[in-house]
Design a protein around this ligand. Structure first.
Ligand code: NAD
Length: 480
């Protein structure tokens, strides 16, 4: 019989009030992995009520920040102890390489340790006033019940990026994970209980966006919503939050440029371009999907990228030798396929890929694809494909490539490959992107704040700045 997962509410599994479940499938093998509770408004109400009570409960409300830090540290240890189990589950759920998930999970405790260390460093300040008799100081308070809605591409990392700062600041949480990746988030909620977090501090409602996500966003008791996902969903969440004047942090889509100058080390740049677009089969928000190569190195770069793309080992993501797994679900594969077709109808040439590769498994595999004869005005270069499709374009001058790179609705990340230090700084200053990498791509750390510019987001994740987004500032005046 198929394994079944319930919601996690008030420190224990909770059956869905409507009694319905949905299936989760392995995208490599197409086997049904498990069933998860199909959440509705009623389940969300129960989870938000539990989180609201936990927020008021002295067990959590009056816990010293140092002890909150201890609980996060204990959770970090438990996540570390269960890293292998969690990595296997994530690979089975979303098809990403097991070795990549092992790498991600190995660093996951760092997110918890980082915010554990900050929990007792949240402080206000004393403000000078015009009279010695008047004392004015500020204090930072938690917000209350925070909703966290997350996608399927890096479920645990993206959820922990919200959970750790929100809990460090003293909030309680209701998480709605992606319907494609429910169980690792449920497992972490269980581990939070095991670590000693009081009941109701971490709650998870599984299910679909429209049925479980939307009621969470709209819940009147919510003090903040933190969302990672597509720009379209982010826009609807932002308007709901705006109507109620609650805070929202949005980490959204991208169409990031990866720029190779004539003075770059072309071998390194080619590897950076490959990793930027083909890691996780291009299903990363920061995918370097628009590649700009200086005319003088365009042919050389293209050859290196295409040759490497043709040699990528595609197959079972559980195997160590595999370099590219399947896309996460069928709609993803269809979307990628139809974007490549669209590109061709717009005049693009498929240099390599553009089809299902020969793989011994029935899953949603798609070959690493390189498109040429493209320009920055086509839909394939303007819209997020979220798959292993690189569009490579030549350029002549620094000013030209800057304006091409910035000519997009997105502003999540950008890569620059150059040996010229002054140019590197100039580009970092002028690129409209929240993260700029020079001679590297995809580097990330819980300590380093990241923000999506333009349609790529609102607010900050990671770093101290992220924790402050889970607090509000109060100004206290005392006439002494
Ligand atoms: P998605 O927007 O379809 O879904 C994300 C989450 O929102 C899921 O849990 C989903 O169930 C829920 N959801 C969907 N509709 C909802 C609604 N109306 N109300 C409330 N919740 C709703 O995105 P996805 O396909 O899961 O993820 C891929 C997208 O995420 C890509 O656009 C990618 O660029 C983006 N992403 C961004 C970052 C970042 O840090 N900027 C990181 C990873 C992924």
């Amino acid at each position: 019989m198929t394994e079944r997962y319930e919601h996690y509410i008030n420190g224990r599994p909770a059956a869905p009030i409507g009694g319905a479940y949905f299936e989760s499938t392995n995208p490599a093998t197409l086997e049904v992995l498990y069933e998860a509770a199909r959440g509705t408004r009623d389940d969300v109400d129960a989870a938000v009520a539990a989180a609201g009570e936990a927020f008021e409960n002295p067990l959590w409300r009056d816990l010293s920040p140092t002890k909150r830090g201890h609980l996060l540290r204990r959770l970090a240890e438990l996540v570390g102890e269960h890293a292998e189990e969690l990595a296997v589950m994530e690979t089975q759920d979303n098809g990403k390489l097991l070795r990549e998930m092992r790498g991600q999970l190995a660093t996951l405790p760092e997110y918890l340790y980082y915010y554990a260390g900050l929990a007792d460093k949240i402080q206000g300040s004393q403000i000078p006033t015009s009279s010695v008799q008047i004392l004015n100081y500020t204090q930072r308070e938690p917000l209350g019940v925070v909703g966290a809605i997350t996608p399927w591409n890096s479920p645990l990392t993206l959820t922990t990026s919200k959970l750790a700062p929100a809990l460090a600041a003293g909030n309680t949480l209701v998480i709605k994970p992606s319907e494609y990746t429910s169980r690792t988030i449920l497992r972490v909620a269980e581990l939070a209980s095991e670590a000693g977090f009081p009941d109701g501090v971490v709650n998870v409602v599984t299910g679909y966006g429209a049925e479980a996500g939307a009621p969470l966003v709209d819940h009147p008791r919510l003090a903040k919503i933190s969302f990672t996902g597509s720009t379209a969903t982010g826009a609807s969440i932002a308007s709901s939050a705006a109507a109620r004047f609650i805070g929202c942090t949005l980490e959204l889509g991208g169409k990031s440029p990866n720029i190779v100058f004539e003075d770059a080390n072309v071998d390194n740049a080619a590897m950076g371009v490959i990793a930027g677009i083909f890691a996780a089969a291009g299903q990363t928000c920061i995918a370097g999907s628009r590649v700009f190569a200086h005319r003088s190195v365009y042919d050389e770069l293209l050859e290196k990228v295409a040759n490497r793309a043709r040699g990528i080992v595609i197959g079972d993501p559980m195997l160590e030798a595999t370099e590219l797994g399947p896309l996460a679900f069928d709609a993803q594969r269809q979307k990628v396929d139809s974007y490549v077709e669209l590109g061709v109808s717009e005049g693009a040439t498929v240099l390599t890929g553009g089809r299902r590769p020969d793989v011994d498994l029935p899953g949603y595999f798609y070959a690493p694809t390189v498109l040429t004869d493209v320009n920055n005005q086509m839909r394939v270069t303007r819209e997020e494909i979220f798959g292993p499709v690189a569009a490579v374009m030549p350029f002549e001058t620094e000013d030209e490539v800057l304006s091409l790179a910035n000519d997009t609705q997105y502003g999540l990340a950008a890569g620059v490959w150059t040996q010229n230090l002054a140019r590197a700084h100039r580009m970092a200053r002028r690129l409209e992107a929240g993260t700029v990498w020079v001679n590297t791509y995809r580097a990330m750390s819980p300590m380093s704040p990241r923000q999506g510019f333009k349609s790529s987001g609102v607010g900050i994740e990671h770093g101290i700045e992220s924790m402050y987004e889970y607090t509000r500032l109060k100004s206290v005046w005392i006439n002494t």
